[in-house]
Structure formats: structure tokens, C-alpha cells
Design a protein. Sequence first.
Length: 415
Amino acid sequence: MAATPAPPQAPPKPTWDPRRPEPAFPWLRPTIRIRLTLLYGGMFLIAGILLLSIIYLLAAQALRTGNQPLFKIVDFNALRVTSTDCPGVDNGNLSLSEFNAAISACIDHQRQAALDSLLSRSLLALLGLAVIAFAFGYAMAGRVLSPLGRITRTARAVAGSDLSRRIELDGPDDELKELADTFDDMLERLQRAFTAQQRFVGNASHELRTPLAINRTLLEVQLSDPHAPVELQQLGKTLLATNERSEQLVEGLLLLARSDNQIVERKPVDLAEVASQAIDQVRGEAEAKGVVIRGERKPAVVQGNGVLLERIALNLVQNAVRYNVAEEGWVEVTTDAQHGQAILVVTNTGPVVPAYEIDNLFEPFRRLRTERTGSDKGVGLGLSIARSVARAHGGHISAQPREGGGLVMRVMLPI
């Protein structure tokens, strides 16, 4: 009889616990509250001890001064009295009552002088201790809050698209270190997510472009045959236009996915030059539609990606030319630098645009009251890409209806 197989063993337990271990005495954890309490409580105690000691020394000095004899008897038989502090008792013709009154007045005067001296010196000591306490407190507060500065600097570096930066805060296991560790974990997950997105965009770019390129080649070869039937040539032209539109859509989607991230490599780019290049690319289409392109373009240098910034200008100028009036239309393209920002403004004549429809213009595949996928003027991603690229450069884009029809598109980027 065959032996019964032994049941499978349970997998071994992990040797580490991903959760943060709980300390044996959580109330002994050096938290920020406990450290600040001990720090400022100790400072207050030390300052009180110093102030009490100074007042004690000043009071002792005042008492020693007050214990000095007010007068000296120079002739005991004739009762002649002399005094440097009480000049009124030097007169030998004083009666007993006058002598006692002079002594009492002198004692009161000396007591008041001692109290005034004690008060003035105590105020000076308090002022000196206050200056020392403020300076010491400022230095200690800076030392306690220095991890926050480190966290802030790392967050600013990450905001500039350097996701590889980490805080790696050392020191006591307090709230600040817990915050820094949590921030590092979040940055790690964000970096993995962006890396996966970039990998996906690269793979999708290759997988989507290849079949479209093959289809375009096959259609062009078929259309180059002079003996092909007319119906087949017409169908090939239709399919070729549809394939070209699909290629534009794929390129727009991939560019939109790439431009949603911050720009890592930045170089000086002049918006005036970018706008001029965009105008040169659209000039033929504008002349065919009878649209005049004008405007003064002043130098406005920003730090960014020249290809993406050129795409902003190209998309805006193309939309301004395509969505224009049939006769006497114009497009004005201006650039300038004002108040630390580079400004690109594209103004055009065109149909009247309601103000409540402005936000829809920046949505993918949307147009005024209709779906943009059915338009023969584009794939409906131009303004979406422009807004995404502007955000990636730390700027923004806005649109306003122009009086009489058309739009005023304004792009503002930090210099």
C-alpha cells in the first residue's frame, strides 16, 4: 500500500514586519512636543535662576550700602557730630528734636536712593537677559526646525521634476523624521509611476505608429498604380486621409501624455523665435484662406523645451487661422516680457464664442456644442496639448472672447 503523501508545509513567515514597530514605552519617544517643552522650560528655569541671582546680589550690595553709619561722633563730651551723607547734622547748634528729624530724613533719602539703584540695575539685568534669551531661543528654534527647511528644499527640487531626490533625514525618531520618511516613500512611488508611464508611452508610440506607417505605405503604393480603377483610387484616397488623421491623433495623444509631466531638461528659449517659426509653418495655409498674420514679437526668453514651446505657438496659430472668418480675416501674434513673465498672445477674428463655452475648448475632442472628432480641421487636441505644455513649464494659458468675434489666447510662462 502506497504511503500517504505528507501535507504541504505552510510557507515560512517573513522575517521582517513592514509595519513600523511600536516602542516598548511610547511615552518616552522624543517627540517634538516633549523636546520643545524641555527646551523652553529649561530656558525659562535658567533665565529665572539667573535673574534671581542678579537681584539677590544687587539687594545685598544695597543692604551693605545702607548699613554704613550715617554720622560719626568727633567729640563725645561736646556732642559734636559730623556726616558726609547727612550734611544737615554737622551744625552743632541743633536741638535734640532737630537732630532726630535730620537723621530720619537722611535715612529716608538713603533708602530711596538704594531702591532706585536696585530698580535701575534690575531693569538693565532684565534687558540683558532678554537679549540673550531671544538670541538663544532663535538659535535653538532654527536648530529644531532645520529638518523642515530640508524637507522644503527637497520638495522644491521635486517640483522641478527631480524625482530622484530624497530627504533621508537622520536624527531622533520624532514627528519630523516620520514626515520625512513618509515623503520619501511617496516620492519613491511617484518615481515608479512616472517611470512606468514613460515606458508605456514609449512602447505605445512604437506599437501604434508601426501599423499606421505600414498602412500608409501600402495605400501609397496602390495609388501609384496608373492602371488601378477609379473607384479603387477614390477608396484609397479616402483610406489614406483616414490613416493620416489616425496618425495625427496618435501623435497628439502621445504628445499630450508626455507633456503632462514637468520638463526635466530646460534650455533658454525665445518665445519670439518660437512664434516666428510657427508662423512660417502656417503661412501657406493662411495665404490660401486669405488670412493676414501680423503682430510685433519682442524677445521673451524662458527656460524650457523648445520643441514643446513651438508646439504651443503652432497649435494656437493653426487654430486662429482655421477657425477664422471667410473674408478679411487676420491673426495677431505678439510676444513680450512683463513683470517676470514671458507672454505670448494670439488674437484672431472669427465666429462669436460665448464666454461659458471657453472652458470646453481646452477639453480633448471637444468643440463648441459639438464633438471635435468629426471636424476636418484637426483631431481636437491642439488646445489640450497647449494647456498641458504650459502647465509643464510652470505657466498657464487662458482664453477670452474677442469683441466682434474670435478669441484672445494668452500664454504666460515664468522667466
